[in-house]
Design a protein around this ligand. Structure first.
Ligand SMILES: C[S@@+](CC[C@H](N)C(=O)[O-])C[C@H]1O[C@@H](n2cnc3c(N)ncnc32)[C@H](O)[C@@H]1O
Length: 321
């Protein structure tokens, strides 16, 4: 932890140390093994809003605390693989918002792995970006975590590398790629912007939890109005099913496009909660060998959907693989 913590952060560390007796920690753990705890991550948990001012944790926050640990476990094998391959791991959180994942990763890089890392959060909301910078200072992680206000599509990675003086003398900043691009619940097609950015920059690992995909559903509404006939026609005329089916098929199309660009892709549940409808996590690892078969599968899917392409396809055409 940085020695340049504010008096406020230092006071909070003291409160957390006094509050979290071993009995309270055992009760919180309830027999589980958690990496993130109020004893080793009080400033992180405060930054995520999970510890109160007096360092206690409410029942509602306890559920989120379990999710945070679950999230770290989901990302851990992928990040550890990057750590084993790169002396300094560079990660971009696209549409970072309040940045809970980036703060979590910054904490893990500092406290668990003690591995050199450059974490960058990008969001179009300037107010959130300023707040995140302040939170990073309060957590003492500004040496590895920084934020830029930008849209995802306009994120200029080489310029960010130059601004941070990352490029070693021997290397051209244009060649310094992010090793991971993550985007959690970036709105609608912002997820596609993040995937496209990751593919174009040849990121080793891309992870997205998509949110409120409206692109295909909008097209299908037009198909309904035009009286287009195809096997999905019954869904075109049913707003609820149209949204649900379109969202899942959008994710399937994203998986095929990622595979078509040489990524090995798995999908899983994002959170343990079944209460959230936005619960898909797409995890893609670059293997470099592009898959003609997946490209064909994407084209077949688009044709089966009445020629509905998703915009990601035009952002990263297969012809550029
Ligand atoms: C629902 S929030 C999720 C934030 C964060 N990733 C999380 O999981 O808590 C979506 C965020 O994406 C940002 N966003 C949406 N579209 C964007 C775009 N095209 N470029 C940059 N940021 C975008 C919004 O400003 C917002 O902060």
């Amino acid at each position: 932890m940085s020695s340049l913590l504010s008096q406020q952060s230092t006071n909070f560390l003291n409160k957390a140390r006094d509050y979290w007796t071993s009995e309270r920690v055992q009760k919180l753990k309830a027999g589980h093994k958690y990496h993130v705890l109020p004893t080793n991550a009080p400033l992180l948990l405060r930054a995520l809003g999970l510890l109160n001012k007096d360092a206690s944790m409410s029942a509602d926050s306890t559920r989120k605390f379990i999710q945070v640990n679950h999230l770290l476990n989901q990302f851990r094998p992928y990040l550890e693989e990057l750590n084993s391959r790169h002396t300094q791991v560079r990660i971009l959180d696209a549409g970072c918002g309040s940045s809970f994942l980036t703060f979590l990763m910054a904490w893990a890089y500092q406290e668990i792995w003690q591995h050199p890392s450059v974490l960058i959060g990008v969001d179009s909301n300037e107010t959130l970006i300023s707040k995140n910078k302040q939170t990073a200072a309060e957590m003492g992680v500004t040496d590895r975590l920084t934020f830029f206000a930008s849209s995802i599509a306009e994120t200029n990675w080489p310029k960010i590398m130059d601004a941070l003086s990352i490029a070693p003398e021997s290397e051209d900043s244009k060649k310094i790629r992010p090793h991971a691009v993550v985007a959690l619940h970036a709105c609608d097609t912002a997820t596609d912007d993040a995937i496209a950015l990751g593919i174009k920059l040849k990121a080793d690992f891309i992870a997205v939890a998509p949110c409120c995909q409206a692109e295909l559903a909008k097209k299908w509404k037009e198909f309904a109005d035009l009286g287009v006939v195809n096997p999905l026609k019954p869904a075109y005329h049913n707003p609820h099913l149209r949204r649900e089916i379109a969202a899942h098929l959008t994710d399937l199309a994203r998986v095929l496009i990622l595979r078509g660009h040489g990524y090995e892709v798995t999908t899983t549940e994002f959170t343990m909660s079944h209460a959230t409808p936005k619960n898909t996590l797409i995890l893609a690892t670059r293997r470099g060998n592009y898959h003609k078969a997946s490209q064909q599968e994407y084209h077949d899917l688009a044709a089966w959907m009445g020629g509905s392409e998703i915009s990601l396809a035009s952002k990263v055409p297969f012809s550029e693989v």
